[in-house]
Design a protein around this ligand. Structure first.
Ligand code: FAD
Length: 131
């Protein structure tokens, strides 16, 4: 094995969680560093204050997440996430309304703790599998 690919260390926020998946395919060991004691389940933790807001996953991001973690969309839906046709959204940004009526997109809406906990469970399940 390439000696430089022995151990990867990333944060355990959203970016680190998602990056841990491809890293686990390439590195012998992946460590996630976090200040908070992370919950098992969809609970708030103080390091992510924005988790009080509903979160949307745009289709491109969700598709990439599904490639990394097959079945993750179904798992989120089963846990209570909503797949909503973009024509039903009324999104206002920068003082104007974003026209999504004809976009034909399916946007996922869920609480941030729900999204994070589903992905975190999948990442935890990678532990011990090796590259
Ligand atoms: C109000 C709001 C609404 C948003 N809505 C959406 C949305 O709808 N859809 C969307 O895709 N994105 C949304 N975002 C953006 C999204 O939250 C961020 O892009 C994403 O969380 C960034 O990931 P990150 O890993 O950089 O940071 P975070 O996910 O915020 O994670 C940071 C992590 O670092 C930890 N930490 C902090 N200090 C330390 C330390 N000293 N040592 C160790 N660990 C530490 C924290 O506990 C936390 O776990 C929103 C953001 C905000 C602020």
């Amino acid at each position: 094995m390439d000696r430089n690919r022995h151990h990867a260390v990333v944060g355990a926020g959203w970016a680190g969680l998602v990056h841990a998946v491809p890293l686990a395919q390439r590195f012998e060991r992946v460590t996630l560093v976090e200040r908070d004691l992370l919950p098992h389940g969809p609970q708030h933790h103080r390091g992510v204050p924005q988790d009080e807001h509903i979160h949307l996953l745009v289709p491109g991001g969700l598709a990439r997440l599904e490639e990394l973690l097959p079945g993750v969309t179904a798992k989120m839906s089963a846990a209570g996430a909503h797949l909503i046709d973009s024509s039903l959204w009324r999104m206002h940004m920068g003082g104007g309304q974003v026209n999504l009526a004809d976009a034909g997109l399916r946007i996922t809406g869920a609480t941030r703790p729900l999204i994070e906990s589903v992905v975190r469970d999948r990442v935890r399940a990678l532990a011990g599998r090796g590259p």
